[in-house]
Design a protein around this ligand. Sequence first.
Ligand code: EPZ
Length: 421
Amino acid sequence: MDSIIVQGNGPVSGEIPISGAKNAALTLMPAALLTDKPVTFTNVPRLSDIKTTNELLASLGTKISMIDDGQKITLTTPEITNHLAHYDIVRKMRASILVLGPIVARHGIAAVSLPGGCAIGARPVDIHLKGLEVLGVDLDLRDGYIHAKAPNGLKGATYELPFASVGATENLLMAATLAKGTTVLKNVAREPEIIDLADLLRLMGANIIGDGSSVIKIEGVETLHGATHQVVTDRIELGTYMMAPLIAGGQVELLGGKRRILESFCQKLEEAGAEITETERGLLVARNNADIRAVSVTTEPYPGFPTDLQAQMMALLCTAEGKSVLNETIFENRFMHAPELIRMGANIEVHGGTATVTGVNELRGAPVMATDLRASVSLILAGLAAKGETRVARVYHLDRGYEKVVSKFRAIGANIERIKE
Ligand code: EPZ
């Protein structure tokens, strides 16, 4: 397993291009199952989760052609030749559940392995399943698989989600495009990735309004056709790299970054002392010698503070002046980066879903362990500011969500390398 070694190296400066969004691509690609025509994606991030999605789609009958080393992918599914999404693939990537809605809507029968939990939580899929049942799908959970049947197709209906689940919104939105009649989904997720998915589906001929708000209305159609779609910018990668000049000092320009997809996050960073300027190339972020001030953060569904940036924010607040409180309300176990940051000298107390961070003058480099995707990168950010060497083990987590992570940090002057161990 590889490790990444970071030497604290003072202020950073330079520019970083932001890639296409992992969490958009992982729902856009299954949408290609809804048609027998080619669907082409550009600005696709080159990540291990994308490779896993290609593997899964190929196992279902999708033909895949890639150019530019996978930044452009065309998916064509003349027919679904296998309706079973195998445990061996699903266990590698929970987002595989997003093939369930498209397969059962297009093909009338699906069997998808129940995704396990993961480090950050149990990650149930009950909302996905309840919504599909409301759309007329017969479900039978056995042998660790979700067996779904809709021999007469899906029927439009109204369904209010008990929680604004991103994945459930995506699964149900895709399924409803081919249902007979009107579907109204209430209390849906409002993330930019949902809008990106709706944009693709409309390009494919779907009839959707309300995406980005709490209510989405879909008029089902008989069939969908092909399309070409550029994957939206990754707001979580953007937010992650915005942290680098704030934790280490200096100034960095994030190319392709847009404030509007991270408004609440940007407001919180400015409250802590960041300077964020929109340029024609993206976002310029600086901490010009001012100290970072303690702030309190509560993670919420979009447009609130993103849970996927909580670990990165904790790393920043470890060196802020004063006491910060972080409330994690989305996942039940998303503070595993805290013990690793404490190894670097941070002062953090965790009680349930609340972490209290008291700023310290200096972090010290130490050997630490990556536990999940966003925790991993928060340790690298801490390493930028720490005195000495930080060695982050198990960095395969990073390959799931951060394209060219070492070269992007190097581009702003970080002293960072990846070693095989
Ligand atoms: C998506 O996960 C993202 N993943 C996550 O990013 C992100 O943290 C999350 O949305 C919240 O923004 C992808 O898009 C591939 P949810 P998802 O359904 O869809 C509970 C990353 O680091 N819930 O909104 O799984 C669930 O347990 C990853 O890139 C149910 O109870 O998130 C969790 O507590 C991590 N029943 C909460 O809702 C359900 O049926 C949020 O889950 C579904 C979810």
